[in-house]
Design a protein around this ligand. Structure first.
Ligand code: BES
Ligand code: MN
Ligand code: ZN
Length: 491
């Protein structure tokens, strides 16, 4: 799929399909009005069959006075209500219709619509991200593949400008990163193992000339990562701690560290999960996937930043060697933890990974984890949970998410919650009971990040979809990329 920015007229564009927007009450957008004039009212005549309801579509062929083979009309809803979500819905509806067509190329005359307070760069980024998301397929493991997409080229009809070219490059790289995260998430847990993730990181390193390091079990033992090792000890798959360095800025610029939970399958361990929907615990490496995806995106667009991806990855299995509820382990930080529930394993691998990340003297650390079912109960599948020990950082992340339309909601990290982690036998326990489960999980991590400016994203509700549309979403790659770019001063 190739995108380009070029000045075009909707009536003379020689393309397989011209996409035009129509608001409710048959209110035409400027390019639609122009096509209507050139076609001597043929467009307006066809509008009897289009409601203008957001996401509705109507395909017209061989419109008189129009060079394109097809005109695809897309309902935009009421003009007064047209904002970010509506723009994305309209582009998605266009993508769904375009999938079914034989057109090889198309010109998207939706891209210059006024979207609330957003700039054209925002429109370009979101048009590309939504289209790429809509055309994503995961059928490599099916004998019968879905038919190949005939669409090869998409023109965004806008006057060329440096800012727009940059937005396009950023969006395409972000889409590549989100694609990678989705593919890793969708891959089954017998293929996407810790070793596989390490191989993918090495592949990224070769392709984008990054430095990569993969720590093995014996390295972790030497480092004293008793907590991480407790999670992996019943698995037949070797654990890995992957470190990826992307250097796009001066050596003196402190890096942003992204730390992703990489449980390639979470059975719960001895605190075994129920059978129903356990397959979805293959997505428990989504945080890791989003870190690899974000690094790929930033390296792909040659972003002027230093980023370190840190990915602790292993399986959480039951077995004769498994950690038992009541076991006490010593973390790399020296703090001891009573493991009361082996299913609260994400925090056990993340805490050692974040202690390890301290050696890179990062400016900020952001961890991304499918950490708690409680976060899904609190925020559903719309917002990821945001926690931070630094309000300025939390605000920066929140602003980036508005921009990326990959949204988060902040929850408190007050000391009051630490009480729930009290243990009679160790420094603290790894679980704090059901009340505020997403917050006590974050509070556990906070005990390992006292020396860091740190934010935690709980993506348990947003990293994948269940049911008929089951699959990875690629979130929060767009958010991470936007955050890092804004952090480096790019708007
Ligand atoms: N990976 C799960 C969290 C999860 C569960 C994400 C369901 C999405 C859907 C995590 O490792 C886990 O099992 N958390 C436990 C923590 C509890 C034992 C304190 C949970 O949420 O039930
Ligand atoms: Mn678990
Ligand atoms: Zn888990």
């Amino acid at each position: 799929m190739e995108f380009s920015i070029r000045t075009l007229s909707p009536e003379t564009a020689k393309t397989g399909c011209v996409v035009l927007g129509v608001y409710t009450d048959r209110e035409l957008t400027a390019p639609a009005r122009r096509v209507d004039q050139k076609s001597k009212g043929a467009l307006r005549a066809a509008l009897a069959d289009l409601s203008g309801r957001l996401g509705s579509t109507l395909l017209l062929r061989a419109l008189p006075g129009v060079a394109a083979e097809r005109v695809l009309l897309v309902g935009l809803g009421a003009r007064k209500e047209f904002a970010e979500a509506a723009f994305r819905d309209a582009v998605r509806a266009a993508a769904t219709a375009l999938r079914e067509l034989g057109a090889k190329d198309t010109a998207l005359f939706l891209v210059d619509l006024k979207v609330a307070e957003r700039t054209l760069s925002w429109n370009v980024r979101h048009a590309v991200l939504v289209l790429r998301e809509a055309f994503y397929r995961f059928d490599e493991l099916k004998q019968k593949k879905s038919p190949a997409l005939s669409l090869e080229r998409i023109t965004l009809p806008l006057p060329p400008a440096a800012a727009l070219a940059q937005a396009l490059a950023e969006a395409e790289a972000t889409a590549d990163g989100a694609d990678l995260a989705r593919t890793l998430g969708d891959l089954p847990p017998n293929i996407c193992t810790p070793t596989y993730l390490a191989e993918q990181a090495k592949k990224l390193a070769r392709e984008f000339k990054l430095d990569v390091e993969v720590l093995e079990r014996r390295d972790m033992e030497k480092l004293g990562m008793g907590s991480f090792l407790a999670v992996t000890q019943a698995s037949h798959q070797p654990p890995k701690l992957i470190i990826l360095h992307y250097r796009g800025a001066a050596r003196s610029a402190k890096p942003v560290a992204l730390v992703g939970k990489g449980i390639t399958f979470d059975t719960g361990g001895i605190s075994l999960k129920p059978a129903a929907e356990m397959d979805e615990m293959k997505f428990d490496m989504s945080g890791a996937g989003s870190v690899l995806g974000a690094v790929r995106a930033l390296a792909g667009m040659k972003a002027p930043v230093n980023v370190i991806g840190v990915v602790p990855t292993c399986e959480n299995m039951p077995g004769g060697h498994a950690t038992k509820p009541g076991d006490i382990v010593t973390t790399m930080s020296g703090q001891t933890v009573e493991i009361l529930n082996t299913d609260a394993e994400g925090r056990l691998i993340l805490c050692d990974a974040m202690t390890y990340a301290e050696r890179f003297k990062p400016d900020v650390v952001v961890d991304i984890a499918t950490l708690t079912g409680a976060c899904v109960i609190a925020l559903g599948h719309v917002a990821s949970g945001l926690f931070s020990n630094d309000q300025k950082l939390a605000d920066e992340v929140r602003e980036a998410t508005d921009d990326a339309w990959d949204r988060v909601w902040q929850l408190p990290l007050w000391e009051d919650y630490q009480e729930q982690l009290r243990s009679n036998f160790a420094d603290f326990a790894n679980v704090g009971g059901r009340p505020g489960g997403a917050i006590t999980a974050a509070s556990f991590l906070a005990r390992f990040t006292r020396n860091l400016r740190w934010a935690h994203l709980d993506v348990a509700g947003t990293a994948w979809r269940s049911g008929r549309e089951k699959g990875s979403t690629g979130r929060p790659v767009p958010l991470l990329v936007r955050y890092v770019l804004r952090h480096a001063g790019r708007k």
